[in-house]
Design a protein around this ligand. Structure first.
Ligand SMILES: C[S@@+](CC[C@H](N)C(=O)[O-])C[C@H]1O[C@@H](n2cnc3c(N)ncnc32)[C@H](O)[C@@H]1O
Length: 317
């Protein structure tokens, strides 16, 4: 579509913009929008590289983009984290916990047949939906996560998409679920998009596995994990119209995993993935040290991690 490549000066850039928008009207607007979204993706990719190689601070990135440090962090930090999972898709599949079956029973209405799992990742929650004999379709933005998904659940269709852009027709599903994924979505776009694909009377179910840090070693692990970031996931996010009042429940359960599985669980957290290499290695070293020194972990082949699974369900009237 683009016929000229601008040099790095303002006049060329101006000519480039004029050429893209040349037809004017709606056609010009469409072409401009397409070009801007391509540039936005490129800008995000450069920022991701700069942060991962630690060659620029948020302050410097903000300056280069004509905004403050806070503005730049607000704008790109979440996207950087949301898009990080693919590089650790295998560790994710090995180390992340499954979900209790009772979460599916509570979140998906008995009469539901067709269900979409948003941000399905490697299929940890989708597997339970498929086992419950539901007609399930998965949506996941990361190609690496979709590859793990396809290997784990070859019979379940998985589409590229996001909560903001669900590749399904209007009123085509009875329930939508998002497991450990809704906090990555932009609710202003995702709520109407979910309402669009749901049949009237359909439900939106949100679920998060949270480590129960009332146990001493889990609290120590959390301190190591959150030394670089303290941002908490909001497991009771406001949803609003057209959905009715949220209902919530909590399920307490325990997950048994090996010490290597615990390291995989840590390595697949987005805030660990995006750390510069040296800090990431140091953090994983601290977790190894905890594994080797805490009386409840030292010398164990199996570890029992306590979880609280937080569930929210909402009905579209
Ligand atoms: C923590 S993982 C959860 C994966 C899976 N649901 C599970 O429970 O194991 C979060 C997933 O959300 C995906 N994701 C990121 N941004 C998203 C968005 N805007 N809409 C839907 N999914 C998104 C990520 O690629 C990742 O696979």
């Amino acid at each position: 579509m683009l016929l000229i490549v601008p040099n790095n000066d303002h006049e060329d850039l101006g000519r480039y913009v004029d050429a893209v928008a040349e037809p004017g009207g709606l056609a010009g607007l469409g072409r401009l929008t397409e070009a801007i979204s391509g540039m936005e993706s490129r800008r995000a990719a450069i920022i991701r590289q700069l942060r991962q190689a630690q060659t620029a601070s948020w302050e410097e990135i903000g300056q280069a983009c004509g905004m403050t440090r806070q503005g730049a962090t607000r704008r790109w930090s979440k996207a950087l984290h949301a898009g990080s999972f693919g590089s650790q898709a295998e560790a994710y599949q090995r180390g992340r916990p499954p979900y209790p079956l009772s979460a599916v029973e509570w979140l998906v209405p008995r009469q539901a047949r067709r269900v979409v799992d948003l941000g399905a990742g490697t299929g940890k929650f989708t597997r339970l939906l498929a086992d419950a004999k539901l007609d399930v379709v998965a949506v996941e933005p990361s190609a690496d996560m979709r590859a793990q998904f396809a290997a784990a659940l070859p019979r379940v269709p998985v589409h590229e998409g996001t909560a903001e852009r669900i590749p399904l027709p209007d009123s085509s599903v009875d329930a939508v679920v998002a497991a450990q994924a809704w906090h990555w979505a932009d609710p202003a776009l995702a709520v109407p998009e979910v309402a669009r694909v749901l049949r009237p009377g359909g439900t939106l179910g949100l679920v998060w596995n949270m480590r129960d840090n009332s146990e001493h070693w889990v609290a120590l692990l959390d301190n190591i994990l959150h030394q670089h970031t303290r941002s908490e996931i909001d497991t009771e996010p406001p949803i609003g119209e057209p959905f009715g009042a949220p209902e919530r429940t909590e399920i307490r359960w325990k997950h048994t995993l090996t010490p290597a599985g615990l390291l995989d669980m840590v390595a697949s957290r987005s805030y660990v993935i995006v750390l510069p290499e040296a800090e990431r290695a140091q953090l994983l070293g601290e977790v190894r040290e905890l594994l080797g020194s805490h009386p409840e972990l030292r010398g164990r082949d199996e570890i029992t991690m306590p979880y609280v699974t937080r569930c929210t369900r909402l009905r579209r009237p």
